[in-house]
Design a protein around this ligand. Sequence first.
Ligand code: BTN
Length: 243
Amino acid sequence: LGKEIVYFDSIGSTNDYAKEIAKDVKEGTIIIAEEQVKGRGRMGKYWHSIKGDGIWVSIILKPDIYPYEASFITQIAGASIVKGLKKLGVDSLIKWPNDIIINNKKVSGILTELGAEIDRINYVVVGIGMNVKTIDFPENVKSMATSIRKEGYNLERIDILKEILEEFERLYSNYIENKDKTECIEICKQNSAIIGKYVYVLKGDEKRKVKCIDITENGNLVIINDNNVKEELISGEVSIRGD
Ligand code: BTN
């Protein structure tokens, strides 16, 4: 991983660029940018990516797995971020499936995108955004967002990225080469912001209050739904506060 690195001072979105070049590059190629002018979050949201403020990176992967298995790669990314930060003395939690939070505020998000046919994957792009030095956030995200610096840590982006990529490489090769998901899932469970809690599951305008009880070996969230029935979610949008 990271043997080929493509670096930009400024780019639209590292995920968009990664998708463009994916078929022509080796697995493990990494795209890094100082600034994104069209940074994308999940659900078509804008991702604020000011120059020098954070880690804006995409990893190109070519795993031999089925498309339905690809959501596990988001779990690997989440586990790598939490474990990498922990090595630098920063405690964070995973808000399944793709947010990393500190003191209930989002510090990092993951956007996993697939190039796939019905039964095979051509590539997976794992985009990671982390607010490291950010002090001022735009008005619309201010109350929900934080940065490593705002939480009181003076860390450099390169040191954080190195730890995350090291963890990612280990957990990813464990999954692909040894079919071993256990360590990743252990990290996700032990550092979950939502297991044992009531949260809101959001879908369009619908909002259901459910209790999260577990994460399965495939990275799915196990909940007790509003009819008191156990359910497994493969993907979704979860809100702790309900907004
Ligand atoms: C989210 O929480 O909604 C996901 C945010 C993902 C942001 C990263 S920054 C690098 C990569 N390029 C993008 O345009 N988005 C991802």
